[in-house]
Design a protein around this ligand. Structure first.
Ligand code: PEP
Ligand code: MG
Length: 324
């Protein structure tokens, strides 16, 4: 399928009205890395580090992790890689961790909550990231941040990790960018000071949508009931875009919807300028963006909202039919 899009692989995702969307890929395993070259991705917008922990039967050592992160950065050849710290919890249990018995694991003790309450593993991981960078620029993002103090505490952990590395005589990255995933509605309503403080934000649409509609992402029956192109959800996303715009906070979107062409188009129409997706989606998404006038799509969405359409999908599909 990627061959079909080979002719646009090295072209930018620029719409008919001249808006360029940054398309990056999601990854997590070493096997994903050749796709960085083949797909034409602008970088890795989400590197799910927990996959490396899940494929092992014992806790990886810091030296193994730093070697691995170094290889990822080598493969990226200077393109930006956004490393997300461990997103594990009682649904993604590591074989070598004590399972927690929680009634709602997706809303339970997971991700940054574990990282901050039991910081040993996060500290080891942050040090491995710093060491793997070996002086190169490093980008790290913290998953499932629901309020400002969690982000502050995570940043403080990074500061401590840097001090430890410096004491040990290891070179620190030339630049360190830190950010948070926006996966809970609460963060979309955080005070202005949070948006000013955070280095960048990436919307985790899979989790954000599940908590926005209170519909389990693992449960087909309820998940399919709510369209990502539901106007309530798009309006919420637009609000986040506007807030980030006013504080000049870089924003991207890295849920599965970013890789669905119609959804990607609507996200871009709501003002998102950076989308991260599975590598095979880059061609189809880029192809549609390059054929479309984004301000016209936006006008279609605004009209649908004014009419009170529940989802903008029918109107956008109809518009695209008239264009082809
Ligand atoms: C998300 O929630 O959208 C996301 C990208 O993270 P994950 O799918 O790994 O939870
Ligand atoms: Mg998530």
């Amino acid at each position: 399928a990627q061959e079909r899009y080979a002719s646009i692989r090295d072209k930018s995702a620029t719409t008919v009205d001249g808006i360029t969307i940054n398309l990056t890929m999601n990854a997590g395993l070493m096997a994903d890395l050749p796709s960085l070259e083949n797909s034409g991705a602008d970088g890795v917008g989400l590197f799910r580090t927990e996959l490396q922990f899940l494929v092992r039967n014992k806790m990886p050592k810091r030296s193994e992790l730093s070697a691995l992160y170094a290889r990822v950065m080598d493969a990226a050849q200077g393109k930006r890689v956004v490393f997300r710290t461990l997103d594990i919890g009682s649904d993604k249990v590591l074989p070598y961790m004590t399972p927690q018995d929680e009634p709602n694991p997706a809303m339970g003790w997971r991700a940054i909550r574990v990282g901050l309450d039991k910081p040993g593993v996060m500290r080891m991981q942050l040090q491995a990231l710093l060491r793997g960078a070996n002086g190169r620029p490093l980008t790290v993002m913290f998953p499932f941040v629901a309020q400002h103090d969690e982000y502050r505490a995570a940043v403080a952990e990074m500061e401590k990790a840097k001090e430890r590395e410096a004491v040990l005589g290891h070179p620190l990255p030339e630049t360190i960018e830190l950010g948070a995933m926006l996966e809970t509605p609460s963060l979309g309503f955080a005070p202005q000071t949070f948006f000013e403080d955070v280095g960048f934000l990436s919307i985790g649409g899979n989790d954000l949508k599940q908590f926005f509609f209170a519909a389990d992402r693992e449960n087909e029956r309820v998940r399919k009931r709510y369209d990502t192109l539901n106007i309530s959800f798009l309006s919420f996303l637009e609000g986040i875009v506007n807030r980030c715009h006013s504080t000049k906070t870089p924003l991207s979107f890295c849920g599965e919807d970013a890789g669905r062409p119609i959804e990607a188009l609507c996200l871009a129409a709501m003002g998102l300028r950076s989308l991260s997706m599975r590598p095979a989606s880059i061609g189809p998404v880029k192809s549609l963006l390059r054929r479309t006038n984004l301000s016209e799509v936006r006008a279609v969405i605004v009209q649908a909202r004014e009419r009170g359409d529940q989802s903008v999908r029918p109107a956008v599909m109809e518009y695209l039919r008239t264009q082809s």
